[in-house]
Structures are given as structure tokens and as C-alpha cells.
Design a protein around this ligand. Structure first.
Ligand SMILES: [Zn+2]
Length: 263
């Protein structure tokens, strides 16, 4: 049974913390855990390396964690804070002399091809040989990359659907405001849930979950430990952590879960 590492390379909201202009909002600049890159996850076993999303901080995250080769890059959805690092794959194509396999639902893959046609075109081009191979996934249809089993599930992201991913005992739900019953059922049995709570105490947010929604969903899901992510400048690490129920935690960049069952 492959055990692995699950590393949050970034847990920030769409603008990161601090935002451009050195805007910290409610976050204490002296608390290192408030410094947040855009959301992305690195998942590693002995033989397999996966990534979820390539946001605008992708280059910095890869260099910090010293990773540059992936058996698969999974995409949650097409929003810029999750995709705008994709052209960095052109550099990795030159380095490894092969195309990187990427995975997403049809809508997301189509959007990536529209946003970054030069990443996918011209296999024979000297300037930009094709850097990615696209694989279409379907919600609730499990698949395997290397020794890691992956179950994608649909999420309500307000204006669109996004995709969450379950790997054995852990699941990652970025960019969602709620889950339908089929997705809740898919998550039953996990031990750890890493979940968007970017709206925190704002029940009017149209695209991100608030904490009451997360509490309510987890009454059914039953994860022992829940880590809040996609955190904006309104959510100071220490302030919010002190307000959470037992078993609920603020995430921070570099948070790593080791010895996780990923099948
Ligand atoms: Zn989004």
C-alpha cells in the first residue's frame, strides 16, 4: 500500500498574501504563516510525483521544493490563480525533452488550450515544441497515475463547477462553495480534508465556502482533521485558528502530511 507525502505549496486565495502593493488586510505581517502563495499541492510517493494546479506562483513553488518533473498535473478548474503558471512547462519540456501529462475535465482542458495555445501546438517548432499532453477526466471515475489512485468529484464553485480530488485517506477541495450529495458520499471515509473556506464568516460569498458550510458538510463526511485553505487577507492565522472548533485548522504554506495512505 503506497504511503506518501502531501505538501501544500500554497494555501492562499486568488490574490495571495500579501496582495500586490504589500496589502496585508487583517493578516499580521509578523506571523510567517500569514505569507501565502497561490494554492497548489504536491503529492509524492516513492515512485510517483503529482501536482494540483499551476498558479502564478508555480515557478517559485517548484524551485522552493526542488521539483521539476511530474507524472501528472491535475487541474481543479480554469481560473487564473490555478492556471497562469502553465507556460512554465515550456521550460520543463526543454529540460526533460518530453511533454508533461496534464489532467482535467473537458471544460478545463478546453480553456487551457484557449488560454495558452502555444503550450500545446507545434510539436515540431524550434521555438515552442508542445509541452503538455492533455487527458480528459470524468467526475466520479477513478483513475491511477503511477501508484496513486485518484477519484475526481464535482464541486459547486458558484459560477461554474470545479473538480476536487480524493487520494485514499486525504481529499483536496479547492475553490468550492458547496458539495452535492454524490460528492459528499465520495468523501466519506477520509481522515483528512483540505478544503476551501475562503469566505470564512461571510455567508454571502458566491464562490467560496464559509466555515458554517464546512462544519455542516463534515458532519456527513466525518474527516477527523480538517484544514482550511484558499485563505485571503481577511483571515489572520492566529485570530481564526483560535475561533475554530476542535479538529479544524488553518493551513499554511509548507504544511506537509506524511505517511498518508494514497490508495
Ligand atoms: Zn476559482
Amino acid at each position: 500500500m503506497p504511503k506518501g507525502r502531501f505538501t501544500l505549496m500554497g494555501c492562499g486565495g486568488s490574490a495571495g498574501v500579501p496582495m500586490v502593493g504589500n496589502l496585508w488586510g487583517a493578516c499580521d505581517p509578523d506571523e510567517p504563516k500569514n505569507r501565502r502563495l497561490r494554492s497548489s499541492v504536491l503529492i509524492q510517493t516513492e515512485g510517483t510525483t503529482l501536482l494540483i494546479d499551476t498558479g502564478p506562483d508555480f515557478r517559485q513553488q517548484c524551485n522552493h521544493y526542488n521539483v521539476n518533473d511530474f507524472d501528472g498535473i491535475l487541474f481543479s478548474h480554469e481560473h487564473a490563480d490555478h492556471t497562469f503558471g502553465l507556460p512554465e512547462l515550456l521550460v520543463l519540456r526543454r529540460m526533460h525533452k518530453r511533454r508533461m501529462p496534464i489532467y482535467g475535465d473537458q471544460i478545463t482542458i478546453d480553456a487551457l488550450h484557449t488560454q495558452f495555445p502555444y503550450v500545446f501546438n507545434n510539436e515540431n517548432s524550434h521555438l515552442y515544441p508542445s509541452a503538455a499532453d492533455s487527458n480528459i477526466i470524468e467526475p466520479y471515475k477513478s483513475f491511477t497515475i503511477g501508484d496513486i489512485n485518484i477519484t475526481p468529484y464535482e464541486q459547486d464553485h458558484g459560477t461554474m463547477k470545479s473538480i476536487g480530488y480524493r487520494f485514499g485517506d486525504i481529499s483536496y477541495s479547492t475553490d468550492m462553495k458547496n458539495l452535492e450529495q454524490k460528492s459528499i458520499d465520495t468523501l466519506k471515509g477520509i481522515k483528512t480534508w483540505v478544503v476551501d473556506a475562503g469566505a470564512y464568516n461571510n455567508a454571502d460569498n458566491y464562490v467560496h465556502a464559509n466555515i458554517e458550510t464546512v462544519y455542516k458538510l463534515n458532519e456527513q463526511i466525518g474527516a477527523e482533521q480538517v484544514y482550511l485553505m484558499h485563505l485571503p487577507v481577511t483571515m489572520d492565522y492566529q485570530t481564526v485558528q483560535a475561533e475554530l472548533k476542535e479538529g479544524y485548522h488553518m493551513s499554511y504554506d509548507g504544511l506537509t502530511f506524511t505517511d498518508i495512505n494514497l490508495t
